[in-house]
Every structure is written in C-alpha cells, then in structure tokens.
Design a protein around this ligand. Structure first.
Ligand SMILES: Nc1ncnc2c1ncn2[C@@H]1O[C@H](COP(=O)(O)OP(=O)(O)OP(=O)(O)O)[C@@H](O)[C@H]1O
Length: 263
C-alpha cells in the first residue's frame, strides 16, 4: 500500500457513521419537534437514544434516511449528506441506514422469511450466490436460519422481530437503528435479542425506554428531551445521575442496579 492509499484508508476510517449538525424541524402543523440537534456517532459505537414521550426521538430517526426533511441543519451517514433531491444518494443512504421499526409487521410482507430478507438486497441488484450468501448470513446472525422457508406471519412476535433485524442486516448497513427493540418481548426473547445485538459488528443507535437494555448494550447514552440533546455521556454516568433521570422522566425499574449491569 502506498503512503497516499494508507492515508485515504485512514481518512475513511475516521469518517463517523453518523453526523447530525444543527438539525431543527417543525411538522407541517407548526409543531416544533427538534430545535438544533448535534450528534456524532463513530464507527462501531453502540449508542442508546433515551428521552420521554414526545421528546423528538422518532422525528430524529426519520431524518437519518431522509423520510423527514425540509428543516434546518445537516445529516451525514458515513460522510454522505442526506439530500432528498438527490435520488441516487438517497437510495445509498437508505441502504446505509437500516431502521428496525418497533412493529416487525411493518417490514415483513413476503410469503417466506427468505424472500423478506432477500427483498432489500435484490432491489439493489444483488443476485445469485451473493444474494444467497447475504440471506444466509443475515438469518444466521439472528439465529433464524431454520425458519427461512416459513411464512413470517406463522412466527412468534420475538422471531418476527429477529427476522426484521435480518432484513436490515442483509443490506449491510453502515448503521443499525432500532426503535424500542425490547418492547413486547418476553424475558427470554428479550435476553436472546440482547445477545444477538451485542454480537453484531455494526454501529448501533437504539431508541429505548428500557434503561437496563441501554445499560447492557450501549456504552454511551444520549438523552433527547424537548427537541434538544440534554445529555451525552457514558451510560453508566447517565443511569447513576438520579437528578438527570428525574428531570427527563426516565425511571429505572425497581431493584435495578446500573453498577452491576454494564458489560
Ligand atoms: N406527524 C406529526 N405532526 C405533528 N406533530 C407531530 C407529528 N409526529 C410527531 N409530532 C410531534 O413532534 C414531537 C416529537 O414527537 P416524536 O414522535 O418524535 O417523539 P418521541 O420522542 O419519538 O416520542 P415517543 O417516546 O412517545 O415515541 C411531539 O410533540 C409530537 O406530538
């Protein structure tokens, strides 16, 4: 490798997975949801996005792949600016930002699990052995290979959520965004999904009200409250700051000890 090539590889590695600068947004009815959000997430980081109901978390997430746009500020994914007017770039951004929505049924609609997981990459033009490899790899990573030929609607809720994660992994995203990944899971499924998420080698932004899940999976937590970021710190520091938690309507479950949980 020449010196110039080495420099360019190094520069690439330094590009954060996500950069949000001065993002402000009001819905068409005038509701101001974001007031100027700044957030940088480095490659391979796992970050929890915490905050009370109505804080602007979903609004922020919907800006990451250009579903919402038109406010002020800038969003970059792996260095690429989200620009809704540039359709080719937007397609690439939507590949890079894999959003796992709260309800898996919002993203599973094909006759079989395999077809659901293949759908995204096939749309990008991936075919043949490469497509098979992606499907196998994504399903393997969430432990769902054995249900590949079943209809998604015959699976349990927890299995469907794992398959929803696989549909996004098959796109080989730059950043995996999870909206309330632990909601509606029984304790065993919740724990199994945590193991899966922990094992993934990908940048993660996890929106959650489940503070123990944040403690277990995300070394860093950001609190969004009233459309602004009010804390950005190691999760342990956030969860042991009782004043901060109270101010932002965040509550630890009874008996949960953050000092005993962080990995
Ligand atoms: N389509 C919409 N039109 C107008 N206002 C909206 C719309 N969607 C959300 N809002 C408002 O924007 C603000 C932020 O909402 P958002 O859904 O982003 O919050 P959130 O942090 O995701 O909340 P939750 O934890 O309840 O999911 C709230 O005041 C909400 O009422």
């Amino acid at each position: 490798m020449t010196g110039v090539e080495a420099q360019s590889v190094e520069a690439h590695l330094e590009v954060p997975s996500l950069e949000v600068r001065g993002l402000a947004y009001a819905y068409p009815d005038g509701t101001q949801a974001l007031y100027g959000v700044d957030l940088t997430i480095g490659r391979g980081e796992r970050v929890a996005l915490l905050g009370p109901n109505g804080a602007g978390k979903t609004t922020l997430v919907l800006h990451l792949n250009g579903i919402l746009h038109g406010g002020l500020g800038e969003v970059r994914v792996g260095g690429l600016a989200v620009d809704p007017k540039d359709k080719a770039t937007l397609r690439e951004i939507r590949r890079r930002v894999g959003i796992v929505f709260q309800d898996p049924d919002d993203q599973l609609f094909m006759p079989t699990v395999r077809e659901d997981v293949a759908f995204g990459p096939a749309n990008l033009g991936v075919r043949g052995a490469d497509l098979d490899r992606r499907v196998r790899d994504a399903l393997g990573r969430v432990g769902m290979l054995e249900v590949a030929d079943r209809p998604p609607q015959h699976l349990s809720f927890g299995q469907r959520r794992r398959v929803a994660v696989a549909t996004v992994l098959a796109m080989e995203p730059e950043i995996l965004v999870l909206d309330e990944p632990s909601s509606n899971l029984d304790p065993a499924s919740r724990r199994e999904l945590a193991e899966i998420l922990f094992s993934l080698d990908v940048t993660v932004l996890m929106v959650t009200h489940d503070l123990p899940y944040a403690a277990e999976l995300c070394p860093r937590s950001v609190i969004l409250s009233g459309g602004v970021i009010t804390a950005d710190a190691p999760t342990f520091d956030v969860l042991t700051d009782t004043g901060l938690l109270r101010t932002h309507r965040l509550e630890l479950p009874f008996g949960f000890d953050p000092t005993a949980t962080a990995r």
